[in-house]
Design a binder for this molecule. Structure first.
Ligand SMILES: [Zn+2]
Length: 245
């Protein structure tokens, strides 16, 4: 049966001179792995080679058994072309795509996450300052964790439940504790990233992300990378572009 859905490419691998295997995030069918036969021919029904962030309506056949979905049409729009004009924005998009691919299941629909990803790409390609791009990146990472049901605890200490507040002086983020740690609890956890109190505040109220300095955003992005590394049991491939020593 033919299915039609909005889709965005997370990953594309060459299969032959003319074909590709592509991982698409679709809005209502979740993540699908597709054989795109003839996609690299200039006059295919897929508007030419598919690459990360290729976006538009797709037509595909879902197999009855486990196996590759067959992509038959992909009307690629140029919506995310500006992403390629700024290296850091592109890397933000690639990290988000990698996290989407690593942390979602096949054929498990997440329409709100799909919309959040597309919205994030629109935002990150519309700004040129690194701080603004990082703020969008961290906000998307928090949304991703929330949408897949593992939002970190950011409004209180994940260990003792003490409400987050300025009397903390500083905070830690621990992947093992799954959220913020108050100064009184930090000794109970080995793996943790120290956060300035204003960085921790932005984690609990993401609308503050656009108001804190690039240095604080980098602390938070380190905490996010640390968290994803623990979850995936390996650092995300894009880590070197984001980790601040
Ligand atoms: Zn505590």
């Amino acid at each position: 049966m033919l299915e039609k859905d909005q889709a965005i490419c997370l990953r594309a691998v060459n299969y032959s001179d003319t074909s590709q295997v592509v991982t698409l995030m679709t809005r209502d069918h979740g993540k699908i792995a597709c054989m795109a036969k003839g996609s690299k021919r200039p006059k295919s029904a897929m508007d030419g080679a598919i690459e990360p962030f290729s976006f538009g309506p797709a037509v595909f056949t879902i197999p009855k058994e486990d196996g590759l979905t067959t992509l038959s049409e992909f009307s690629q729009q140029l919506r995310f072309r500006p992403l390629r004009q700024n290296l850091f924005a592109l890397n933000c998009g690639l990290l988000a795509a990698e996290l989407m691919e690593s942390l979602t299941e096949m054929n498990d629909p997440h329409p709100q996450l799909f919309d959040a990803f597309v919205h994030f790409l629109d935002l990150v390609q519309s700004v040129s300052q690194t701080a603004a791009q990082l703020a969008h990146m961290i906000a998307f990472e928090l949304t991703l964790l929330q949408e897949i049901g593992i939002a970190p605890v950011t409004d209180r200490c994940a260990n003792c439940s003490d409400a987050f507040g300025s009397r903390w002086k500083y905070a830690y983020f621990s992947s093992e504790a799954k959220g913020l740690l108050c100064p009184g609890c930090e000794n109970a956890f080995v793996e943790k990233i120290r956060l300035d109190i204003h960085a921790a505040a932005a984690l609990s109220e993401p609308q503050r992300l656009s108001k804190i300095s690039e240095a604080l955003l980098r602390q938070l992005q380190n905490a996010m990378l640390h968290h994803f590394t623990q979850m995936l049991h390996r650092p995300p491939k894009l880590t070197q572009w984001f980790w601040t020593k």
